[in-house]
Design a protein around this ligand. Structure first.
Ligand code: 5GP
Ligand code: MG
Length: 187
């Protein structure tokens, strides 16, 4: 696994510090809305699982977690395909009336996923809806999709680690890395 890494883009310490900082900002923003805010976190699986696990432990707020699964980079794809909701894993209640919702994804690339899931959540009438991504790629489509919280802006490159996969591998790498080109076979 280590031998497949071309370079580390964001190391684990930088990630940890930034996640803590972002959590403080989110906590302050939710407190501004409501003295005792109650929130619903909606992590988009699978890629956001490590990010959300770290983030929520720095959010001292009363919360429920509702998972949703979306796939837009199936298998060995390194460019976005059409985003699809996984029917096997959708933990969302019929209505989100009264909840302040925080949607969390790993990376904003074409923007399809956030757009699709935001529409699904808005239709459930939440009290408010905020979006949070770990990474945002420096590309036109990503910059045009409005999001509320971004941990890092990164170059338009395919990255893995800290939850992000290639063909479902590398999610357990603690740093966010770029793989060697001979490992990534985008056929
Ligand atoms: P979007 O719908 O914004 O194009 O893509 C978002 C989804 O595509 C992410 O949740 C992630 O699963 C996948 N994705 C986009 N860029 C990358 C990348 O550089 N690396 C990995 N591993 N997945 C990516
Ligand atoms: Mg994803």
């Amino acid at each position: 696994m280590q031998q497949d890494i071309e370079r580390i883009l964001i190391d684990r310490h930088t990630i940890a510090n930034r996640v803590r900082e972002l959590a403080e900002q989110i906590t302050a923003d939710f407190h501004e809305k409501d003295e005792l805010p109650e929130i619903t976190i909606v992590p988009i699986l699978t890629g956001s699982f490590i990010f959300v696990a770290d983030l929520i432990r720095d959010l001292p707020l009363r919360m429920q977690i509702r998972l949703i699964s979306v796939s837009s980079y199936p298998g060995k794809a390194t460019t976005a395909q059409e985003a699809q909701i996984g029917s096997d894993l959708d933990d969302l209640p019929a209505s989100l009336a009264g909840s302040h919702v925080l949607l969390v994804d790993d990376i904003l690339d074409s923007g399809q996923t956030i757009k699709l899931v935001s529409e699904i959540l808005s239709a459930k009438n939440p009290a408010s809806l905020k979006t949070c991504v770990l990474l945002r790629k420096q590309r036109e489509a990503a910059m045009q999709q409005p999001v509320d919280y971004v941990a890092f802006d990164i170059p338009d490159e395919f990255v893995v680690g800290y939850g992000l996969d290639y063909d479902d591998y590398y999610r357990n790498l603690p740093d966010i890395v770029v793989l060697k080109s001979d490992v990534v076979d985008d056929a």
